[in-house]
Design a protein around this ligand. Structure first.
Ligand code: G4P
Length: 491
């Protein structure tokens, strides 16, 4: 294999941040981007309503509601490493989008609010990571506020997530006395993350550590450092890579504590692009031939561009600008003439991308979620999940003259994965299916702003929609009869 590919792959860190809403994911994202030089000015994240400064927020609806509903991809360099940070919507109504995104990462940072501990959404997202054996680095945020006792938080993670914890740094105080972090292994103190280097000290009792705290808090800090060293798991890279142990960092994204520790950790021991399972074989990240899969489609990301971008995760080889790739689903070649790297709203043509990289490929509907691209070999990556819709609605159009336009717009939204579209065989109007109710709001907003189609929703005569798979002697028709008739009548 060419040395270049091996070297390039080893520099890549492709990860997502998982968190319960409000735990501080946006703030942490912003700080990571700042350290990576991807933005110049973080400013403290303001009230969510006017969070226009957070450049990963795209859509008006996001800003109005203060939730991240769109998955964005941000590429940035830090020291020798190249990070691809895949932002996931925190709200559970966008679970399908989040799960698809998690199929494209190699690790995850789990952000926990130090006062609240493990919250329901954290738990859910963690379970998805565990199913995929994604290694997790934990960041206990908001230590500048009154938080829980660090041991209590670690114990909660161990019990609720059945995951061993290995604290790497330890908070020096908390709340208004939070003074920084103490590295338990290296005996160093980091006060503010604007300073790149941590200061080596003689121990927790030194002036540069305990000395930063008011006199009445010093003994407790020294004792807790000692206990953490004695009682907690030491960091074990193998256990981390296998998803059994999480290194834990305490800090405050808002006040810049612990963030540098975290980004250094990802650069030092964060997993490089993993080998991927395809239907016929395992594809190694350092293979020479290019392969990639589509995990997200997004149209009209930039209203000025009116474009449609497929986000692909490169799994092996080098994706080069202008190369011809095979779209395995159709067997047809397609030219990758303008692959792009993304940083929230700004983008840049990608001349070459390696395993781990996420690039956007502009296209006119050729690429679909789950598609595999190769240099000719016939295999399919299997990782991108499908979801059964929980809510089914008919779309009611205010202006009947625009029915054709609506049909096209809905087809586009379905290809993007915003909604699922079902066309009844009797020719009655299409039904949209979503996993969470907020997705309907996004659909409505986007149809109105991007296609000037004001719509409303009506109840559908269907309430459940499921895929049926049949094995053995049964045919789909006989299964359907069995389902649609009462049991006594089946046959
Ligand atoms: P999210 O994306 O996970 O939903 O969280 P986000 O970063 O938006 O942060 C949620 C709130 O918590 C924000 O407050 C933010 O400023 C605050 N926050 C984030 N990290 C820290 C931290 O390390 N320390 C402290 N003290 N606060 C932090 P907000 O929306 O402006 O207002 P409010 O929710 O506090 O009222």
């Amino acid at each position: 294999m060419p040395a270049n590919i091996t070297e390039e792959v080893s520099r890549r860190r492709t990860f997502a941040i998982i968190a319960h809403p409000d735990a501080g994911k946006t703030t942490l994202t912003e700080k990571l981007l700042l350290f990576g030089g991807a933005i110049q000015l973080a400013g403290e994240v303001k009230a969510k309503k006017d969070r226009i400064n957070t450049r990963s927020d795209w859509m008006a609806i996001e800003r109005e509601r203060g939730i991240s509903v769109v998955t964005s991809v941000m590429t940035f360099e830090y020291e020798d490493a190249i990070f691809n940070l895949l932002d996931t919507p925190g709200h559970e109504d966008f679970a399908d989008d989040t799960y698809r995104t998690l199929s494209a990462v190699d690790s995850a940072v789990m952000v926990i609010d130090g006062a609240k501990g493990i919250e329901p959404r954290t738990l859910k997202l963690f379970e998805v990571c565990r199913m995929r054996d994604i290694p997790i680095v934990t960041f206990i945020n908001k230590m500048d506020r009154e938080a829980r006792d660090p041991f209590e938080i670690l114990e909660e993670i161990e019990q609720k997530l059945a995951l061993d914890t290995a604290p790497v740094n330890w908070p020096i105080g908390m709340g208004k006395n939070f003074a920084g972090t103490y590295n338990l292994k290296e005996n160093s103190v980091r006060q503010r993350d604007a300073d790149t280097d941590a200061v080596k000290v003689n121990g927790p009792e030194s002036d540069q550590a305990a000395g930063l705290l008011p006199a009445n808090e010093r003994d407790a800090f020294i004792e807790s450092c000692g206990l953490a060293r004695e009682l907690c798991h030491p960091f074990d890279k193998k256990a981390f890579m296998e998803g059994h142990l999480t290194p834990v960092y305490f800090g405050s994204a808002l006040k810049n504590y612990g963030v540098r520790d975290l980004i250094n950790a990802l650069a030092d021991f964060g997993p490089q692009p993993r080998d991927q399972e395809a239907d016929t074989r395992i594809v190694h990240a350092t293979e020479e031939k290019m392969s990639a899969f589509v995990f997200k489609i997004q149209a009209n990301m930039d209203p000025n561009h009116r474009d449609r971008i497929a986000f692909v995760r490169v799994c092996s080889g080098t994706l080069e600008r202008g190369m011809k790739a095979k779209l395995v689903r159709t067997g047809k070649p397609m030219s990758l003439s303008a692959p792009q790297f993304f940083f929230a709203r700004s983008r840049q043509i990608a001349d070459e991308a390696f395993a781990g990289d996420v690039v956007g490929i502009p296209n006119h509907g050729t690429l679909r979620i789950g598609d595999t691209l190769t240099e000719g070999e016939d295999f399919l990556f299997r990782g991108v999940p499908n979801f059964a819709p929980e809510i089914l609605r008919r779309v009611r159009l205010d202006d009947a003259m625009k029915a054709k336009k609506l049909k096209e717009a809905l087809a586009q939204m379905a290809e993007e994965g915003v909604v699922q579209l079902f066309s009844p065989e009797d020719g009655s109007p299409a039904i949209v299916g979503v996993v969470g109710a907020l997705q309907l709001d996004v659909l409505k907003e986007r149809l109105s702003s991007e296609y000037t189609l004001p719509v409303s929703f009506e109840m559908s005569r269907f309430s459940v929609c499921r895929w049926i798979s049949v094995t053995g002697m049964w045919s789909v028709n006989s299964t359907w009869r069995a389902i649609s008739r009462p049991a006594s009548n089946s046959g």
